[in-house]
Write a protein of this length. Structure first.
Length: 128
């Protein structure tokens, strides 16, 4: 449902699609801040706009050796946070800094190399 793109690290940045992805998944996470008190009538109340928000991204596909895949792999090996963009079919784009928290490679007898990638946001993710 979206393309995963990675920055080239320049200013201004250009974003290249991480090639070969067949599946993508996005999770928006939010921690609740409970403000329930004696006046809540037995119902939990949450503080609007509070808590920690984050975005998790998971993707899987065929490794093609593109420059964007190589940059994401280098970031994973070095533990570097980089700029990524999620581009949706509707035209919505989300941009932010992400850490590659998991990168798995596997292969089969046909010579193709599959990979799965997990990213966690670091800081604000903005909608464009």
């Amino acid at each position: 449902a979206f393309l995963l793109k990675i920055s080239n690290g320049q200013n201004p940045a250009t974003y290249a699609t991480v090639a070969g992805l067949r599946t993508t998944q996005l999770s928006v996470n939010g921690e609740a801040v409970n403000i329930t008190n004696k006046d809540s009538g037995g119902w939990r109340e949450l503080l609007n706009g509070a808590g920690v928000r984050s975005i998790s991204v998971a993707a899987a596909g065929i490794f093609t050796g593109s420059a964007a895949e190589t940059r994401a792999q280098s970031n994973a090996l070095a533990g570097l946070i980089d700029e990524y963009e999620l581009a949706f079919e509707s035209g919505l784009k989300l941009r932010g800094r992400f850490l590659v928290t998991r990168l798995d490679h596997s292969g089969d007898y046909n010579g193709e190399r599959n990979y799965t990638l997990s990213l966690e946001s670091s800081g604000a993710v903005v909608a464009l």
